[in-house]
Design a binder for this molecule. Sequence first.
Ligand code: URA
Length: 259
Amino acid sequence: MDSGNTYWDDRALLEWQVELGADEAIQDAPIDRYALEAAKPKAKPDASAPPPPVQQEPEVDPVAVARVAAKNAADLEQLAAAMQAFEHCEIKRGARSFVFCDGNVDARVMIIGEAPGRDEDRAGKPFVGRAGQLLDRMLDAIQLGRGHEDAAKSVYITNVLPWRPPSNRAPEAAEIAMMLPFLERHIALADPEVIILMGNTPCQALLRKSGITRIRGNWTEVLGKPCLPMFHPAYLLRNTAAKREAWADLLEINARLKT
Ligand code: URA
């Protein structure tokens, strides 16, 4: 075979190989060892051999993780940071904002809703959409408002979940359970005099009860504080007749704050 090399090219190649230690000519033609390797029959796995050990991720209990993180939060700033660092609640991945609170943290009244909707997710604040606007009008009727500097006239607002569930679906029991330690710590740190639970979700979370039509308007206790379940303002937008009961509940709150 004519390689196209001159005598001097071949000689230089030979000398280079000798320099590398190839001092014996074995065959006339080169062997493609890659092709030989590919053609080798593959060894069959030994069916009697035990399977290689599978690396198992250690099981994580999100509720236990949340409990530790919440307990370690010494103030609301640390609590917000701990919640934002919590990676076990899947809805976080689809949400645009972390919605923590609005209003005056020194207020006597703490209002707890369900979860941010589309408007809240955009604004990063709870209760800013249509339901939130109705809530503001309801509070205004008893001379309360989230914008008041005076703590006596203000309210503090949060939700059970700080992230918007996809397509505004209802929060799942597991999501509520894993965020509950944070909510309880939130209440302890804000330390309100009175708590208002808006709709079924906060009642499920904090009272382990649902059936808002039955339980609304009846004072109960959460973490040793008086607490009143009410219809959610979004429900009132759809069922205007229920505004009568909502008004009665607002008067209850007003009376409680005067005592
Ligand atoms: N509904 C809620 O429960 N919370 C909000 O923040 C908005 C709507």
